[in-house]
Design a protein around this ligand. Structure first.
Ligand code: AFD
Ligand code: MN
Ligand code: MN
Length: 445
C-alpha cells in the first residue's frame, strides 16, 4: 500500500475547497488593519460633524447600480476592437461575470439586458443562475438601431419615426416582444428602456413635426401594450449615429414624449448624451421636479458618448448630480418614482470587469459625498444669496475622503475592501482566458 493515501486518511481531513466568500475574507484580513485605522478616523470625524454613521452605511449598502450585459466585453470604435480575452460568450457567462462584480462590491446586484444581443433560451436555467449569483434582471433594452439577419424591413431610415407604417409596426412589435422576454425573467424586471437612433443626416431629409408625431404614436402603442406595473424609459441623445438631427435629441423631447404616453413613462438620463458643458445636474433637478426622472445610464464623458469610466473625467459633476438626488429624496414636495441606476459604458482599453468595478466605486463615492452635504446650511446660504458660503458647503463634502466609508459599507455586506485589488490578486481575467479562450468575444456591439 502506498504511503500517500494512508497518510491522508490517517492524519487529516481533505480540506474543503475555498468558497469565494472565504477568499474575500482572507483577502480582507490582509487589509483590515490599515482599513480600521482610516475608518476609525473618518467615522469619528463624521460623528463629530453630526452625521449618523450607521445611517450613512445603511444608505450606501442599499444603493445598487445595474450592470449592462453589453459592457462585459471590450467595446470598440469603428477603427478597431481589441478584445480583453476570456470575454463572456453567452448570457450565462455574462451573468457569471456580473456575479463576480457583485460578490466583490455587493453593489451591483442587477443586470440590464439588451435584446436581441442577449435573448434568453432556457428561462428556468437563467433564473436559477441569477439566484445562485444573487442577481436580478431589472430592465430590458430594445434595439431598433441595427438590422438583424432575417428581419423583413430595414431601419436604415428610422424605426418608430419611419415614414412607412409597416416599419413602425415591426419596431413596435420588437419593443413589445422585448418586454415579454423581460417578464419571463422574473418579477423584478419591470422596465423597458427605449433608445432610438432615429434621425436625419441632411437638411430637409425629415419633416420634423410629422416624424415627431409618428414617434409619439409608436411609443404610445408600446406603452399601452406593457403590463400595468411596467415603466418605459425614454432615452435622448443629441447626435450620433445621425449628425444633422436626432429624433429625440434632448430631455425636453423625452419629457414631452413620456407625458404623451402616461405616468409610467419616464426620462432616462445617459450622462454621455449631452453636448459638452451641459449642466446635467440642473436637468436632473428639473426632471425630479416634474416627477419624470426614471433612470440613469452612468458613464464618463469628455466630448460626447465616450463610454468612459463613470466619474473618471468629471467627478465633481457626478457629485453635484447625486446632491440633487439626495436633496430630492429628503424633500416631501418631490413626487418622483424610484430611479433606476444603470451603467452604460463599454470602451476598448480597460478590462471590462475592472472598468465596471471602478465605475461602481466612483458612483458610490459620489453618492457618499452627497450624503455628507449639510443641506440646512446650503439652503440658508442660498436664501441669503451667499454664493461663497453655498459653494463652501458643497466643497466641504466633496473634499472629504470617503473611501473608508465606502469600503466599510461594502465590507459589512461581505464584499472586498479593495474589489479591484482582489480581482487582480485572484487573476480572474486569466482564469476566464483559460476557460473561455483568448479570442472569446462578447456578443453585442
Ligand atoms: C447607445 C445608448 C443606449 C444603447 C446603447 C447600445 O446609450 O443606451 O442601449 O448605446 O450600446 O449609445
Ligand atoms: Mn445609454
Ligand atoms: Mn450612449
Amino acid at each position: 500500500m502506498g504511503a500517500w493515501p494512508q497518510r491522508l486518511s490517517d492524519n487529516a481531513k481533505i480540506p474543503e475547497p475555498m468558497t469565494f466568500s472565504d477568499q474575500i475574507n482572507e483577502y480582507n484580513q490582509t487589509l483590515v488593519g490599515d482599513h480600521n485605522f482610516r475608518w476609525g478616523y473618518l467615522g469619528e470625524q463624521l460623528s463629530r460633524s453630526g452625521h449618523d454613521v450607521e445611517t450613512l452605511l445603511q444608505q450606501l449598502a442599499a444603493f445598487q447600480v445595474a450592470i449592462p450585459s453589453w459592457a462585459l466585453g471590450t467595446g470598440g470604435t469603428r477603427f478597431g476592437r481589441f478584445p480583453a480575452g476570456g470575454e463572456p460568450r453567452s448570457l450565462e457567462e455574462k451573468i457569471e461575470d456580473v456575479g463576480i462584480i457583485h460578490a466583490l462590491n455587493r453593489s451591483s446586484g442587477a443586470i440590464s439586458l439588451h435584446i436581441p444581443w442577449d435573448i434568453p433560451h432556457d428561462y428556468a436555467a437563467i433564473r436559477q443562475l441569477l439566484q445562485a449569483n444573487d442577481l436580478i434582471i431589472d430592465s430590458v433594452n430594445s434595439n431598433t438601431f441595427q438590422d438583424q439577419s432575417g428581419q423583413p424591413l430595414s431601419y436604415k431610415f428610422g424605426s418608430l419615426c419611419h415614414t412607412d407604417a409597416d416599419v413602425r409596426q415591426q419596431a413596435v412589435e420588437h419593443n413589445i416582444q422585448v418586454a415579454e422576454y423581460g417578464q419571463k425573467l422574473g418579477d423584478e424586471c419591470k422596465t423597458l428602456t427605449v433608445w432610438l437612433s432615429d434621425g436625419s443626416d441632411f437638411p430637409g431629409q425629415h419633416h420634423f413635426r410629422r416624424a415627431y408625431q409618428r414617434t409619439l404614436e409608436s411609443l404610445q402603442t408600446i406603452y399601452n401594450a406593457l403590463p400595468p406595473d411596467w415603466t418605459m424609459l425614454i432615452e435622448y441623445k443629441p447626435y450620433e449615429p445621425h449628425f444633422y438631427s436626432m429624433l429625440i435629441p434632448d430631455w425636453g423631447t423625452s419629457l414631452r414624449l413620456s407625458e404623451g404616453c402616461g405616468a409610467r413613462a419616464q426620462v432616462l438620463v445617459d450622462l454621455g448624451h449631452h453636448l459638452p458643458n451641459t449642466n446635467i445636474e440642473q436637468i436632473v433637478a428639473r426632471l425630479l421636479h416634474f416627477g419624470r426622472l426614471g433612470g440613469f445610464h452612468f458613464n464618463g464623458s469628455m466630448y460626447g458618448d465616450d463610454d468612459l469610466t463613470t466619474g473618471s473625467i468629471k467627478p465633481f459633476q457626478l457629485f453635484l448630480i447625486f446632491c440633487e438626488l439626495v436633496q430630492a429624496a429628503q424633500d416631501a414636495v418631490v413626487r418622483n418614482p424610484p430611479v433606476a441606476y444603470m451603467i452604460d459604458a463599454s470602451h476598448n482599453l480597460k478590462d471590462p470587469i475592472e472598468d465596471l468595478l471602478q465605475s461602481v466605486q466612483n458612483i458610490l463615492t459620489a453618492y457618499a459625498k452627497a450624503l455628507l452635504v449639510d443641506t440646512d446650511a446650503l439652503f440658508d446660504a442660498q436664501e441669503a444669496n451667499d454664493a461663497v458660503r453655498a459653494e463652501e458647503v458643497l466643497r466641504d463634502a466633496f473634499m472629504t475622503d470617503v473611501r473608508a466609508l465606502v469600503a466599510e459599507a461594502i465590507r459589512r455586506q461581505g464584499g472586498a475592501l479593495d474589489p479591484i485589488g482582489l480581482y487582480r490578486h485572484l487573476s480572474i481575467r486569466q482564469q476566464r482566458i483559460d476557460t473561455r479562450g483568448k479570442l472569446a468575444v462578447a456578443t453585442g456591439l
